[in-house]
Design a protein around this ligand. Sequence first.
Ligand code: NAD
Length: 336
Amino acid sequence: MKASVLVRPRSVEVESRPLPELEADEVLVRISAVGVCGSDVHYFNEGRIGDFVVKSPLVLGHEAAGTIVAVGTAVNPGRLGERVSIEPQRPNPHSKQTLAGAYNLDPSMEFYATPPVDGAFMEYVKIQSHFAFAVPDEISDEAAALMEPLSVGIAAMQKAQVTPGARVLITGAGPIGIICAQVAKAYGATEVIVSDLNGQRREKALHFGADRVIDPMSTDMVNLGLDVDAFIEASGATPALQSGIRNVAPAGRIVLVGMGADEVALPISLIQSKELVVTGIFRYANTWPIAIDLVRTGKVDLDSLVTGVYGLAEVPQALLNSTKPESMKTIVRPGV
Ligand SMILES: NC(=O)c1ccc[n+]([C@@H]2O[C@H](COP(=O)([O-])OP(=O)(O)OC[C@H]3O[C@@H](n4cnc5c(N)ncnc54)[C@H](O)[C@@H]3O)[C@@H](O)[C@H]2O)c1
């Protein structure tokens, strides 16, 4: 099979590789579509994200979907031919975190496209059968792949305890912020306010259901007094976090999704006097069935996020184009 391999920073080559051998509980998936994530671009440009360093050739891409073409000995052969969305992780089933249901927090997690584990910019991948979720025919290959970033939005909304009638502030209108806006609406939020420095992205946020958008350059975010129930930080920008937190109502929740500076000054007395809950999320657990239902029922639109489709030989262009503000979600189709 063909695989697009990051051989060194900014250098990707299409190589021929043997098909992976399946363990008893795994399935082999012929990949139809893979979304490009900002983390893929970081690995491509810099060869690292924090402590995760690419030390040997790595296949990028972790937002993946395809069709089951082979099954391990313990998997029901009736699954052959099933279209699936892949949850791209493999926790240790015996870890304390996995047993507690928060398998995303398992320190020994193996995650696609995170060194040294290969991702899905290739023709076939293997995954444990319980992390290959059947998708109905009405869901496109692209949307099936984008269940992964949708899962981030679901995890954020669950942590933020967004319920009907909630008012929500989201800073950052990249794919994650826009997906969060859609999920907030699906979870019953009655007012979703989105900020972004970029006008095109603010327009996108309105298109995808935001009730109001804010330009932080021309607005005094600190003194805006929005008094929201939940604040989702999805930009990774320190000023967005520091000003956004001033707009949260007493007992409100602040969920840090965006990854930016490691250390940031926060208003402690405000957090204490308002009993604000500040938390982060690290990916997701148990979100795929919810994600598939939100898309199947039309509550979330992933197809309209797609702004470019590339073949396996065009992975560098896909990665570079994905960072343009006018681009939202870029897809690689290994079969094209
Ligand atoms: N915690 C997790 O598990 C998890 C998972 C996926 C992505 N992420 C992170 O989520 C963040 C968003 O991802 P994305 O793909 O949408 O990124 P992106 O870079 O496409 O979008 C970020 C947006 O924030 C905007 N922005 C920058 N400064 C701002 C400010 N001061 N105020 C408001 N908006 C501002 C940018 O203009 C941009 O549109 C990234 O930091 C990513 O690493 C976290």
